[in-house]
Design a protein around this ligand. Structure first.
Ligand code: ADP
Ligand code: ZN
Length: 749
């Protein structure tokens, strides 16, 4: 019997706890643990999941003092997944525990628990109230409180909830969230006999079910462009070697249809595939199209799924039952059998980068996986990142929409010469009124949250800042609060300047809340739908807002960049960008690219139906390249110019970046750590390979400094950083300094 094994606990990110620990195999164990096996071990006071990484102790240890393994699961992670975790740790300098945790299918992360039951409520039909056989959601025959004098009267709030109950019932937690009500109201309804409380197995979410699972729509006859792209991609797929391709197609050009054909091909050859999409809530259309076409062969992996469903889907992939996985970022780790293809849809989307350990980029991981076993790595976008254009061996264009619709016409409104005082110029207001008069739909984008971006005292000039961050607070008028977008701190909005107490506060740049108020002069309240992270906080709510908008005429959808994602609303004939400059001056070399992408994407929402689309872009900077060039949504000019700038300045794709961020309570110590690293790196790097050290705003009372390595050979950069950190971490971590390493960083704040 083997006395000891090494186990890496699958802990949430903590930079120090990334090593393997020794455990002894308890006496009487019926077999030896296996390398890669999931086990449960005591860790501190907890029992945690871990992976056996080696047999035998790591060094000389007193066997009797080792803690024993709790249990062995009998489940062994396949070598591909262990390799994948190794790649994450090596490439992203991520802690081993966090990397292993990332690649472990969710249903294996916990010990299997007995089927849980949830607290569930359903409406009580009162006696004698006949319910017709075909009663469905619209029937209220048995539920009309007016007709039920024997039951206690309801308060207006209780009645409102009662009237919105689903006839089939639902979990209490879901009900309170859906209707924005409390458990107390539910309890009162139970008390008064309107609701019955039960225990039930968690139910499957209806959210992600395709509408008509039984009748998959027939494949469309491909256009010439689509067919040509498919031919080239098929060749690449059948070559056997790993190949990297980009499907660069204008919005609405039918990229999804090409993906579906490729999936058919892979499945026909008994292969497996992964389709990555940005946030699922905003891309349900794509998810559902894949599910409609391939039914049970598809698993959907996403953190917003109800837990029971999530674990089930994960198990279906692990067992090989599902051959196609559709999911957000983390689905890139799915242990799909015979993986032949990974498609990254909307590949320009920022959500593909994970902003916590392991700080991986799903696009890089996808390519690494395909490189291991051969096959096709395909990115699709109307507005690709420069990196995709640069790295793809095969770039295929779709320049036309198959439905024959023209790309919308884009016009610029120069805010410097506008009249009026609101967010919208008179021209934009007039265009919106026209659309409403015609009974059509419009989208208005303003990438700023709240009512105003800050509050400032006109007398002393002070801006209301977060007490924990060096950041101005956003003002929310309806709630009467100010809130910090970095740490979540909230407070009542002050009436007078908190600093000098003399004057009423002025408001900074308008956000979506203020714009919504303005739009109420153009559209009635029930025709206005708002989509931003303050008002819409769950996947279900996003769906509700989008469906509400889609089903109302005339109607207006207003919101932050969430409104620009791949939605397909045929009734939208006008898109207004209220302020196209919000991202333009961020300290980020991708600011221009992001602005271009946002404009071209949101413009693509217009004119997808029978009527042609029109796009109005309000800007203070009509001469700036990325704004001017977004007028031509095919983007050649933009990419030519942007690529020249990046090459000249030495930014990706012409160099690789590694960012190191130090933070801590003590500004002096943090700065000293940054200077230490800087001095160390200058010995090995050329002047233009090292940027910083630079101070960043304090967040959550922590001082922050960062450095940026800009190297052509990221291998060398990573080695440098690894060695430097090994030296730095010991002494500085003891002084309470956190060091974060971000390889391929996407944000710099
Ligand atoms: P993209 O993903 O490029 O934005 P979609 O795949 O959503 O575009 O396609 C846009 C619209 O065009 C969809 O309504 C789709 O059904 C339709 N479409 C795609 N391919 C064809 C085709 N070959 N013939 C007719 N309609 C098509
Ligand atoms: Zn804050």
């Amino acid at each position: 019997m083997i006395p000891a094994v090494q186990v890496i606990p699958l802990l949430r990110p903590r930079s120090l706890q990334s090593r393997a620990f020794d455990y002894r195999v308890p006496e009487g164990a019926e077999r030896e643990p296996l390398v890669g096996e999931l086990v449960t071990v005591p860790f501190g006071r907890r029992r945690v999941r871990g992976v056996v990484t080696a047999i035998g102790a790591s060094g000389e240890v007193a066997f009797a003092r080792l803690a024993p393994l709790d249990s062995m699961s009998g489940v062994v992670l396949p070598p591909e997944l262990l390799d994948l975790a190794g790649f994450l740790s090596e490439h992203y300098l991520a802690p081993a525990g966090a990397s292993l945790r990332a690649v472990t299918p969710v249903h294996l992360l916990k010990e299997p628990a007995p089927e849980r039951e949830v607290s569930w409520v359903e409406p009580v039909l009162s006696e004698g109230s006949a319910v017709p056989e075909d009663a469905n959601g619209t029937d209220s025959g048995g539920r009309d409180p007016e007709a039920e004098p024997e039951r206690a009267a309801l308060t207006p709030r209780q009645r409102e909830v009662f009237e919105q109950l689903l006839p089939e019932g639902e979990p209490v937690a879901e009900l309170t969230r859906r209707l924005g009500t409390t458990r107390a109201v539910v309890a009162a309804l139970v008390e008064k006999g309107y609701l019955r409380q039960l225990l039930r197995a968690p139910r499957e979410s209806a959210d992600l079910e395709p509408e008509d699972a039984l009748e998959p729509p027939p494949p469309l006859a491909l256009t010439q462009e689509q067919a040509a792209a498919l031919t080239r991609l098929t060749e690449a797929l059948e070559e056997g070697e790993a190949s990297r391709a980009l499907l660069w197609g204008v919005t609405g050009s039918g990229k999804t249809e090409v993906y579906l054909r490729l999936l058919e091909l892979v499945l026909g050859q008994d292969g497996g595939a992964i389709v990555l999409v940005p946030e699922i809530a905003l891309t349900l259309q794509t998810v559902n199209r894949v599910r409609e076409r391939f039914g049970d062969q598809v698993a959907v992996l996403h953190s917003a799924l109800p837990e029971g469903r999530r674990l089930k889907e994960s198990a279906r992939v692990f067992s090989g039952e599902a051959r196609v996985v559709v999911g957000a970022r983390s689905a890139v780790f799915a242990p799909v059998r015979d993986l032949r293809m990974i498609i990254v849809d909307e590949a320009h989307d920022a959500s593909y980068k994970q902003e916590e350990e392991p700080r991986y980029d799903a696009r890089t991981v996808a390519w690494w996986r395909i490189r291991q076993g051969g096959g096709l790595h395909l990115e699709g976008s109307a507005t690709p990142r420069l990196e995709s254009l640069h790295d793809s061996r095969l770039v295929l264009r779709l320049k036309e929409r198959p439905t024959g619709q023209k790309l919308p016409q884009v016009e610029v409104i120069d805010l410097r010469s506008r009249g009026g005082r609101g967010v919208l110029s008179p021209a934009a207001s007039e265009a919106l009124r026209d659309v409403m008069r015609r009974g059509e739909q419009a989208i208005v984008l303003l990438n700023r949250r709240g009512y105003a971006s800050f509050l400032r005292c006109p007398s002393c000039g002070e801006v209301v800042l977060c007490p924990r961050c060096e950041i101005s607070l956003t003002y929310f008028r309806r709630e009467g609060v100010v809130r910090c977008h970095h740490c979540g701190h909230g407070a009542e909005a002050p009436e007078l300047c908190p600093s000098c107490g003399r004057a009423a506060l002025e408001r900074g740049s308008p956000g979506t809340e203020r714009l919504s108020d303005e739009l109420l002069q153009i559209v009635p309240r029930n025709g206005l739908f708002r989509l931003d992270s303050d008002t819409v906080t769950s996947t279900g709510r996003v769906q509700e807002v989008l469906e509400g908008f889609a089903g109302t005429r005339p109607s207006l959808l207003v919101g932050t960049q969430m409104v620009a994602k791949g939605h397909d609303f045929p009734g939208v004939t006008l898109v207004v960008v209220a302020d196209s400059d919000t991202a333009l001056y961020l300290p980020d070399f991708r600011a221009g690219e992001r602005t271009f992408q946002l404009l071209a994407q949101v413009a693509g929402r217009a004119g997808r139906g029978k009527n042609p689309g029109r796009v109005l872009v309000q800007t203070w900077n009509p001469e700036v390249g990325c704004i001017r060039m977004a007028l031509d949504q095919r983007g050649e000019a933009f990419y030519r110019e942007e690529s020249a700038i990046r090459r000249r300045l030495g930014y990706p794709p012409y160099a690789e970046l590694i960012r190191i961020l130090l933070s801590g309570k003590d500004e002096k110590q943090v700065r000293a750590g940054a200077v230490y690293l800087f001095e160390r790196f200058t010995k090995y790097l050329a002047d233009d390979e090292l940027l910083g050290p630079a101070r960043l705003p304090v967040i959550r009372r922590r001082s922050r400094w960062h450095l940026l390595l800009r190297v052509e050979d990221s291998e060398r950069g990573r080695h440098l950083v690894e060695r430097a950190l090994a030296q730095l971490r010991g002494p500085y971590l003891r002084r309470g300094i956190d060091v974060m390493v971000d390889v391929e960083p996407q944000s710099f704040g």
